[in-house]
Design a protein around this ligand. Structure first.
Ligand code: GDP
Length: 418
């Protein structure tokens, strides 16, 4: 049942790769902060005893490391994984996002109330709220319909950003530090470069939502071409949505699917050179019904429990689950690499500055030599330990993701069998 699958997703989600990495690197930087504090005390003493051992500049630099480490800690605490959804209006972006969130958070449907970027992110507060551009005042969203109506009152440009702060405790994806961005319907007139510049440069994953009744449009292709120009090797998923419509023409399903697949692969592999065809067909294109997936996870209280599912919905739901799993693997791996590699390097930089300074002092002073040598040995130990930890973080990450994916596959298969 639902409970079981939720708990499966909870404990074994590939997103844990990111959240664990974040916890680990936070611990490491807290240790670095202690190390910096120790070094500062030592240098204070050095400074008092024999001034000429340490230039004022160096002394200041080391003092400032404390500030620097705190800044990095605060950046780490705000690190998240970001996914941008795009595609033409009505292809099902909002429905897909709601299905992934397991709640009807975004307004859906015709007469779409917003024509701007909508970002859903976590808050520790118990109630959701909305932040609109140009105002720090949170607007409350007591019921879901209100996200739409709260926005329809605003006059917003297509490149402006509205934030929906959603209680972390209510939603796993958000709790695990995923930030989801919905974009205005893409058409040829959109200022794509500006969109990318303002909202997409820090995205870890892009999800193009297409309606299976249509094909990829010029605007959608152009957007991805521009993304690929700005970001090296972007992660792109293509969702062929509304695949439930094929239930009406079962004899056509296979050939239509093949056509879509061919076009999608041609675009991803031959035009954008994102990955090879096998990789793309297994991990980057999915035939889904966001409507059914949402219905399954979040019953529409106004409809009877059996309505809304077309022939073949089990396979489409399995494919939706499959997409999510690939998505979670991809986004956590990318975010860990891009974000934590930087932090790791800064950490190494900081400790080597400290070590060089201390060893300099040791070399220049006979009287302080003994003390400094001891300090140096301690620091070496600490330094090596920190470096080992930083290195092993990347290693565990790799291991972890393998375990997690095997386990999740097993359990999802089991749940589906049930
Ligand atoms: P967006 O403009 O891309 O965000 O599209 P929405 O998510 O608002 O969806 C537009 C309309 O299409 C809504 O009425 C949805 O219920 C419907 N819709 C979304 N996904 C599906 C799907 O997989 N199958 C079907 N049949 N309808 C869908």
């Amino acid at each position: 049942g639902t409970n079981r699958q939720d708990s499966v997703n909870n404990a074994n989600s590939p997103l844990k790769l990111f959240t664990h990495a974040k916890t680990t690197i936070t611990e490491i930087f807290k240790n670095i902060a202690v190390y910096v504090g120790d070094a500062n005390k030592f240098l204070d003493d050095v400074n008092k005893s024999e001034r000429n051992l340490l230039t004022n500049e160096k002394y200041k630099e080391i003092q400032q490391l404390k500030e620097k480490v705190n800044r990095i800690l605060s950046i780490i605490s705000r690190d998240h994984m970001k996914v941008v959804f795009f595609g033409r209006t009505s292809n099902g972006k909002s429905t897909t996002m709601n299905a992934m969130l397991r709640e009807r958070i975004l307004p859906v449907g015709m007469g779409h109330t917003t024509n701007c970027f909508l970002q859903i992110e976590g808050t520790d507060k118990a109630e959701p709220y909305v932040l609109t551009p140009g105002s720090d005042e949170p607007k409350s969203v007591s019921s879901l319909g209100n996200v739409g109506s709260a926005l329809s009152r605003e006059k917003l440009d297509s490149d402006s950003l509205v934030k929906i702060l959603w209680p972390k405790e209510k939603c796993r994806l958000i709790r695990d530090d995923v930030v989801l961005v919905d974009s205005p319907g893409i058409d040829v007139s959109a200022n794509l470069d500006q969109w990318i510049e303002q909202h997409c440069l820090d995205a870890d994953v892009f999800v193009l939502v297409i309606s299976a009744e249509a094909t990829i449009t010029v605007a959608e292709k152009k957007f991805l071409h521009n993304v690929a120009q700005r970001l090296s090797n972007p992660n792109i998923f293509i969702l062929m949505n509304r695949w439930d419509a094929t239930a009406n023409e079962p004899e056509m399903v296979d050939s239509v699917r093949q056509q879509h697949l061919d076009r999608g692969l041609e675009f991803l592999c031959d035009e954008l050179h994102i990955c090879d065809r096998q990789e793309a067909s297994e991990h980057r294109m999915f035939f889904i019904s966001a409507r059914e997936a949402l219905l399954k996870r979040n019953k529409d209280p106004t409809s009877s429990p059996r309505t809304g599912f077309n022939e073949g919905h089990e396979e489409r739901f399995a494919e939706f689950n499959n997409f999510e799993h690939e998505f979670e693997k991809c986004i956590s791996k990318t975010a860990v690499q891009t974000k934590f590699e930087q932090h790791t390097n800064r950490g190494k930089e900081i400790i080597s500055i400290l070590r060089d300074t201390t060893s300099n002092i040791a070399n220049r002073s006979q009287t302080l030599k003994q003390e400094a040598v001891q300090k140096l040995t301690d620091m070496d130990e600490q330094h090596n330990k920190l470096e080992r930890e930083l290195r092993s973080m990347t290693e565990t990450a790799k291991d972890k993701i393998r375990h997690v994916s095997e386990d999740v596959y097993k359990r999802v298969a089991q749940t589906l069998n049930d």
